[in-house]
Design a protein around this ligand. Structure first.
Ligand code: 6R9
Length: 634
């Protein structure tokens, strides 16, 4: 399946058309899919409630579009190529025919265990083919999948299972990541002590690690597969039937379950995949994300498979067994399109250009970046040492809530500029607003990035709490979806994302709310209050700096810091651990009791000279003490 847009001129025409006739534009694209019943209405929306419905009245099954639809034309073509953590272990290649069989079998296992349409299924698995199969098996029977990233703790897993009341959990004995093995069944078991809604647990054998199996609840994946056949008729769902829930952090304490529905998400991920990457039939496409994040959902599983592409899935990490692993995999399979994160690029850059230069990587045609702003230096390094200046870089900006890419160049079509996501895709209407919510017109301007019109892939609500969805995203600026990002539109009208303007910290492309981390830190018995800010980090983009007030001065500060880290590990997971923790006796607060994070951010950045106006502070003295303490930490 080819891209729709093949020239810049065509992009401009399509863009114009999509803004003037959004319904006709998206209906034209949606027609190319297999629908069991066509929609009655293309779009029904308002951003007040908010309410967004696409292709209402339409009925379909997304896996029929991912799998069945391709069988005749490309049944023998590889759908998924899986590269294991250990390069000496054999890889797995699944053709569309084989993937179809595996999805049908697992769908039958789910049905056999009492999962039906609308039930929630939690998936806590490493990056193995069964993970992709699990998503699709849920979708096949209309169950709603909720994938939890394997790096989250037992507590975080339990919270997510309970928030959406999952009935079944799919997990594995343990997982391999680089030189480490992580006992994920053990973590799951700990979570399962507090998840009353889980009836069955399906356990995949990956490492052979011994695990405890609870009679009547835990089932081995391979045993269950022996009990089913591979015939499975996909169930029919409405276009607006929820496809999945994915938890993400916002400015408030608790992660939110972002809900995506079926029809619009299908149309949007397929369209954006084909056009942004300019995917050509037969090419090998590799996205290095984990399926535990939205990038993996949309651009390892759904987008590429809807488009009939060959998608590569990698179990390991970029530096195992050495820092040449990515380049080796690119050569091994002749990867044509490579999509990764700025953090991965920066971490590999640290090993020097000699490493990628040992590999020719002649197959590469397009490079992509996602998850965080890419600094110019990393952009140039990627361009020179990986793409050898032959490959356009698509810097794709979007969010979990968006479902798919919103602002990005189209590879080889849109001009590119380091650090710029460039232009909105057809159907996407970004606006910049000032702090009062007034739309800033013209070019050469900067503001808060909002979207003023819906696109098919956008989320519909947050699970179980629509009011929270309204409050978080649609209440800051009336009738606009607020992204939480700051953005510049340069003189030529190109967009550059400047990073978050809210209380969200983006560490290595992973989102954390300051309140979420503070809650975890405050669990320590000696901590009374804490404040967390992000500060620039050479590799991670941003890192976490925590200021903590103790009830009584710790005798051993090193031990206290280790315990606070433990607490964060336990409640969220090691990925959210602060890089720096400073014990303070007070925090800079306004007279109304609000923490002045602006000041804390400056101190964390090492910019103690110019703290701006501190006159509204309740206790200006405390700033001097924090400054002195921060210097000692360096
Ligand atoms: C897809 C994904 C979303 C936040 C987003 C923004 C940042 C993502 C970016 C980018 C600059 C890019 N972000 N892509 N910033 N340039 N190309 O990452 O979703 O995990 O929800 O994060 O990530 O700040 O608001 P998610």
């Amino acid at each position: 399946m080819q891209p729709d847009i093949t020239s810049f001129d065509e992009y401009q025409k399509q863009y114009q058309y999509s803004v003037e006739n959004p319904e006709a534009f998206w209906a034209g694209i949606a027609e190319k899919f297999t629908w069991r019943k066509k929609w009655d209405e293309v779009l029904n929306w308002n951003f007040r409630e908010p309410k967004v419905e696409w292709f209402k009245g339409g009925q379909l099954n997304i896996t029929e579009n991912v799998l069945d639809r391709h069988l005749e034309e490309r049944g023998d073509q590889p759908a998924i190529i899986w590269e294991p953590n250990d390069p000496d272990e054999s890889n797995i290649v699944l053709s569309y025919i084989e993937l179809h069989i595996k999805v049908c079998q697992l769908a039958n296992v789910l049905l056999r265990n009492g999962v039906t349409k609308g039930d929630r299924v939690c998936i806590y698995l490493p990056m193995v083919p069964e993970l992709a199969i699990a998503l699709l098996a849920c979708a096949r029977i209309g169950a709603i999948h909720s994938v939890v990233f394997g790096g989250f703790s037992a507590q975080a897993l339990a919270d997510r299972i309970n928030d959406s009341g999952c009935k079944m959990l799919l997990t594995a004995d343990a997982s391999y990541r680089g030189a480490k093995t992580s006992p994920i069944k053990e973590i799951a078991d700990e979570a399962l002590t507090q998840t009353p809604t889980i009836e069955k647990v399906l356990v995949l054998r990956r490492t052979g690690t011994e695990v405890s199996m609870t009679e009547g609840r835990d089932l081995w994946w391979h045993d269950e597969l022996n009990e089913v056949d591979s015939d499975n008729e996909a169930v029919t769902v409405d276009a607006e039937h929820p496809l999945f829930i994915l938890y993400t952090s916002g400015s408030t304490g608790k992660p939110k379950g972002v809900v995506h529905t079926t029809g619009g998400y299908m149309v949007y991920t397929d369209y954006t995949f084909r056009n942004v990457f300019q995917y050509q039939q037969g090419e090998i496409y590799w996205c290095t994300a984990d399926i535990g994040w939205i990038t993996g959902h949309s651009y390892i599983v759904y987008g590429p498979l809807l488009a009939g592409a060959t998608t590569l899935m990698f179990e390991g990490v970029p530096t195992y067994p050495d820092a040449g692993r990515y380049w080796e995999v690119i050569e091994k399979y002749g990867v044509n399109i490579f999509y990764t994160s700025p953090t991965a690029i920066r971490s590999l850059e640290a090993f020097g250009p000699e490493i990628p230069e040992k590999f020719e990587m002649k197959s590469l045609r397009v490079l992509g970046s996602v998850g965080e702003p890419i600094n110019e230096e990393a952009w140039h390094w990627y361009d020179e040492h990986v793409g050898r200046k032959r490959c356009p870089i698509v810097d794709t900006w979007w969010q979990t809530e968006n479902g798919g890419i919103l602002i990005s160049p189209l590879a080889g079509i849109t001009p590119t500029k380091p650090g710029y996501a460039m232009l909105p895709l057809p159907g996407v209407q970004p606006v910049l607003v000032d702090n009062e919510g007034k739309i800033i017109e013209g070019n050469g301007v900067e503001g808060n990035l909002c979207l003023k019109f819906p696109w098919p892939g956008m989320f519909r609500t947050t699970w179980g709490d629509h009011e929270r969805c309204r409050q978080n995203y649609f209440a800051t600026y009336p009738n606009l979806y607020f992204t939480g990002d700051g953005c510049k539109r340069d003189k030529e009208g190109y967009y550059r994302i400047m990073g978050r303007v809210d209380d969200v910290i983006n560490v290595s492309g992973h989102r954390f709310g300051t309140a979420e981390i503070e809650n975890a830190i405050d669990e320590h018995p000696n901590v009374i209050e804490s404040a967390v800010v992000g500060y620039p980090h050479d590799i991670k983009g941003q890192a976490i700096y925590a200021y903590v007030i103790c009830e009584h001065h710790p005798e051993n500060e090193t031990q206290l810091i280790a315990e606070i880290n433990q607490s964060v590990n336990k409640i969220i997971g090691p990925i959210a651990r602060p890089e720096k923790i400073q014990v303070v006796t007070g925090l800079p607060k306004t007279r109304s009791g609000k923490i002045m994070r602006r000041i804390l951010r400056k101190i964390a950045e090492g910019e103690t000279g110019n703290l701006g106006d501190t006159s509204t502070l309740l206790d200006p003295e405390v700033v001097e003490e924090i400054k002195a303490g921060a210097l000692k930490l360096k």
